[in-house]
Write a protein that binds this ligand. Structure first.
Ligand code: NAP
Length: 243
């Protein structure tokens, strides 16, 4: 179903974004690999190895104009935008008492406003097409909160509210919008955590292991194909949060 479709993946130079880009390529979709500062060469090579077209576009998704230019370039190159995976994200972890205004703004601007920017510009195209699928990367922390992550948890909770609203606004045109809430996934983002913190997290995971980026990517592909699922938040967390 995804063959020859166009997928934009934000923050796709590494981590979950790279795995998502490759997973869609394996389905035969052409992939727009957005990146900010990490060179996207490895992702591009992996995507092209699947025999699909790949376009790497540099843009900071927190910047409204850059996000617009990214979506426009994707449309010009491939003629449509069928799937958007809002994956770009950052952390600036510290306790509330120590959290600077800059730490708060940076995380909200990338994780929440970046998501809004991309949904806004892409949905214009999807509304005309009367089809499309939007997948936003939230986090279990956006549901449960977390010590040292007030900025990140607020942004990821905001992503869930944005997902629900977009799902309601866009449904009449056949566009779905869902969120993925990963738990503890093995990427650069979690590599910086101390062994003590990792041990504490692993103890709280019923399946007793970290998730793989490819497992999250498989869920993104599933949601892109699932035409009767919208407005949902799917946790992929080894059972960390239930209910
Ligand atoms: P990662 O390895 O740090 O990769 C994040 C990517 O996002 C990087 O390539 C980064 O580019 C890009 N990015 C950051 N800010 C951007 C911006 N303003 N514009 C465009 N790209 C930007 O992180 P990850 O673990 O793969 O995380 C991917 C997503 O999953 C994030 O939204 C994260 O919050 C979410 N998530 C991850 C986990 C986890 O356990 N890993 C859990 C829950 C949710 P640069 O390299 O240039 O900085």
């Amino acid at each position: 179903m995804l063959k020859d479709k166009t997928v934009i993946v934000t923050g796709a130079a590494k981590g979950i974004g790279r795995a998502v880009a490759v997973a869609f390529a394996k389905e035969g979709a052409n992939v727009v690999v957005n990146y900010r500062s990490t060179p996207p060469d490895e992702t591009v090579a992996l995507v092209e190895a699947e025999g699909v077209k790949c376009l790497a576009i540099q843009a900071d998704v927190s910047n409204f104009e850059q996000a617009e230019a990214l979506v426009q370039k994707a449309k010009e190159e491939f003629g449509s935008v069928d799937v958007l995976v809002n994956n770009a994200g950052i952390t600036r972890d510290t306790l509330l008492m120590r959290m600077s205004e800059e730490d708060f703004d940076a995380v909200i601007n990338t994780n929440l406003k970046g998501c809004f920017n991309m949904v806004k510009h892409t949905s214009k195209i999807m509304l005309k097409q009367k089809s499309g699928s939007i997948i936003n990367m939230s986090s279990v922390v956006g549901i449960s909160g977390n010590v040292g992550q007030a900025n990140y948890a607020a942004a990821k909770a905001g992503v869930i509210g944005l997902t629900h609203s977009a799902a309601k606004e866009l449904a009449s045109r056949g566009i779905t919008c869902n969120a993925i809430a990963p738990g503890f996934i093995e990427t650069d983002m979690t590599a910086v955590l101390s062994d003590k913190v990792k041990e504490g997290i692993l103890n709280a995971i019923p399946l007793k292991r970290m998730g793989g980026a490819e497992e999250v990517a498989d869920l993104a592909v599933f949601l892109a194909n699932a035409k009767y699922i919208t407005g949902q938040v799917i946790a992929i967390d080894g059972g960390m949060i239930m209910g």
